[in-house]
Design a protein around this ligand. Sequence first.
Ligand SMILES: [Zn+2]
Length: 86
Amino acid sequence: MNCLSFRRQLMVDPQQWDDALAAHAEQCPACARARERALGFEAALYAALLLEGDVAGADDAAAADAGGDDDDQAPPARTVHPFGRR
Ligand SMILES: [Zn+2]
């Protein structure tokens, strides 16, 4: 595997990791750092999506409070993992 194929795979799916990718990252610090950046970006994106879900849930809670019955709050908005795995 070379840097180009490593970076291509990183762009397709940063979560995927196999022996060929690991072997390249071990001998190529630049690609290893690129993977760390990609995973950091994915984590930040995922956290932002979760935070957005929390804000929507807060709006629902405020609406429920306006109704006067605190015991019947709607469940929080369902969050779906954007990458389909973990
Ligand atoms: Zn490389």
